[in-house]
Ligand binder design. Structure first.
Ligand code: HEM
Length: 152
């Protein structure tokens, strides 16, 4: 069980930590220094690399999470904080799938055709959705750790 939990938390660190860095630090730094074409090309490159790690994290998170639920005896035998975690987790995965297959794909096409206002608008959409997933991710960590400690 500790082995599964280790990889579960590692996946959380990579996904949520990566979103925190992108949203809170890289966005401000890139906005201050780079003009739109370079800034948008940078984000295209950053997302292409980061989203590979997110896919890996999503797969590890779901496998380890549901393996732990199975070892606890199934969803009827785990406490409410695990139900909430699974619910929030599925919400995060759905938002990521939308961002990856819809928003990021449109963003890439607009960057490739050098449509800077269009790609800027798509980047704003991705930023809002990543921000939403960051808030859900941090709330899920709080639910997992504090809910578990309180025995909820
Ligand atoms: C998607 C489905 C998910 C399932 C089925 C799941 C399931 C679980 C289970 C069964 C545990 C062990 C609980 C315990 O031993 O008390 C756990 C631990 C944990 N989960 Fe998840 N989880 C999921 C998603 C997430 C997500 C999205 C996050 C955070 C963004 C997260 C963060 C954590 C953390 C931090 C722990 C360690 C809690 C502790 O031991 O104090 N989980 N998860």
């Amino acid at each position: 069980m500790s082995f599964l939990k280790f990889f579960h938390v590692l996946a959380v660190v990579i996904w949520v930590g990566g979103m925190f860095f992108a949203y809170m630090i890289l966005r401000a730094a890139a906005g201050e220094i780079l003009q739109p074409p370079d800034r948008l090309r940078l984000w295209d490159n950053v997302f292409a690399r980061f989203f590979n790690w997110v896919w890996l994290s999503v797969i590890i998170l779901l496998i380890t999470g549901f393996c732990m639920v199975y070892l606890y005896g199934g969803l009827t035998h785990v406490s409410s904080h695990v139900h909430l975690m699974a619910l929030f987790g599925m919400g995060m995965v759905s938002i990521f799938i939308y961002v990856f297959f819809i928003s990021f794909r449109r963003f890439r096409l607009k960057v490739a055709s050098q449509d800077w206002p269009g790609s800027g608008a798509m980047l704003a959409t991705i930023r809002r959705l990543v921000g939403l997933n960051l808030v859900i991710g941090l709330s899920t960590i709080a639910t997992a750790v504090l809910g578990g400690a309180a025995g909820i």
